[in-house]
Ligand binder design. Sequence first.
Ligand code: ADP
Length: 673
Amino acid sequence: MADLVLQFSSEQLLEILALAPNATAIYTGEELIIQTANDAMINFWGKDRRVIGRPLEQAVPELRGQPFIPIMQTVWRSGETYIGKDKEAKLFVDGKLQTFYFDFIYRPLKDEQGKVYCILHTASDVTAYYLNRRELEKSRENESDLLEEQQVMNEELLAINAELQATLKEQASTNEYLAETQLVLRALVNKHAESEGRFRFMVQQAPVAICILMGRRLQIESANDRMLNIFGKTSNIIGKNLSKALPELEGQPYLELLDKVYLTGETYYGKEGVARIEHNGQLTDGYFDFIYKPLLDENRRTTCVIVVAVEVTAQVNARKKLQKAEEQLRFAIEAANVGTWFINGNTNEFIPSVRLKEMFGYAADEELSLDEALNLIHKDYRDQVIRAIEATMTKGEPYNVEYPITGDDDSIRWVRSYGKHEHDINGGAPHFSGIMIDITEQKLDDIRKNDFIGMVSHELKTPLTSLKGYVQILGSKARKQEDAFMASALQKAEIQVNKMSSLINGFLNVSRLESGKIILDKQYFRVDEIIRDIIDDTLITSTNHTITLHPCGPFSVYADQEKIEAVISNLLSNAIKYSPGSKNIEITCKLCGDAVQISVSDEGMGIRKEDMEKLFERYYRVEGKLTKDISGFGIGLYLSAEIIARHGGKIWVESEVGKGSVFHFSLPLTAQP
Ligand code: ADP
């Protein structure tokens, strides 16, 4: 041993050892005399060069009671290398006993006879790495810490790798150590790859857009497809700095925000931020909820920033549209002077608008309850309104009512109210809401017009009746005198007078109906018989059509005969009027349950669907090429519908344009006097 030691001068030995980046020492004998130790090793011990030449136990007395000296003595005796990993050592450094972790090798160097002549001790301080790894093992249990773990591990690996590179170059002699370290590194690299793979998979699959930016220059380390999609870019941008990859961000606040996050290490939460991004060469605005989360190293310095974003453009646009629509609606409501109300279906809470309160004669700051409002409705209409509200709230029927409100001074204000029952789509309470418009002026106009029509029709009726009388007398005189021309002319005159009188009766009836003065004069009569009479009367004047009555009756009904006759006459004369190019008109009457149903069909011009819905409204006439030369006022069907409704029956139409129409009405047979 001594020979061999003497082969090196101590300077040479020191030089060799000093070159090694790893801490190295050489011991001889069972008492482990420190032959030499480089600065790195002496630093580990926290001592100075005076330890050289002294037994290890004396030089580093705190090792007493720790396992190292006995292990080294075993190496000395057995000649077998000992490799230690992550071994805890307590050393007196900087005046205090501290715990370190070392990877080390006690390698016995042997002479030609195989006798150990010294122990080469190499060691590296793995305290930081060991503690980090222990931390990581703990945090690995928590999946959400994966990103931090990844980061720390990356840095560790970089550090270890750099260290290893250096070791590789400079310490070719400690092969075993290298092999060992390489194994460790490989395992770490595998683990890193596996963890990185897992991490990338997670990023790619994440249901939100994610991108990772490295360093203050915000180099795009990775970005999933969702994020690339938001950016409107391809994976070509990976590796570039964010400001270069998305030059359009210049002038927008995001780069500045990210820089602030990088510098402060504080997470930033953004809500509905507008970002202008280039998509297919076009700059488009998008809205995003986003988080800038910095990942910090052990010194609390930002290493990267994770950007997580969710595009909310569709939601924001939808909300803006809704807000705009609401604004427009509010504007329209205000401009139209419309009142609104809202009734909570669960609590029956009634919320009227200021304008609605006004219509009920209440001031803006006065409370108006639903009961108070109902009480102010004219007594003749109150029950009808209450029934309509109930039907809407329980059966969802559309609410459309017209009624007068009685003011304090007995003044009348007419209103029309439309409403709807809604099951709230957002899970809120069902509610009944709607609008109310003041139609007093219109209603008063209608009443005035109605009164005028009633008065005129009434005034015309008397002279027309006497005109008819004279025409009839003259007609019978002419027939007696066998003046054929005069007789035929007077017959035609009588037909025209009849037409005029039925028209005037129609107006009179409308006016009576509107003012609630129409009274049903009910009696029993045979509906089949009156149909036959009406057909006979009609055929006198209409020679171009054939009217077929299918087997009918006998059906006795309890109704206002005159008015039912008016309905049948109207349907029949319409069938003739609106089928100028065809001949056939058919009438059927049959029993349907406890009602008699009468149907008048023609093969005329037919009616469009959109007109069919309105035919029974007052003064409604179909405008068109075919109808423009046919005279009428649009009151016949209105009156018919009102008459049938007042008898508890139904009236409706089926029609096809160009093919013809069928008008049906039904009258209950069970109606009792
Ligand atoms: P008027 O015939 O005086 O116009 P009505 O109230 O009787 O008034 O009819 C209303 C409208 O219904 C008519 O203008 C016409 O356009 C349409 N109509 C009524 N009956 C028929 C029918 N049988 N075929 C086609 N259209 C019809």
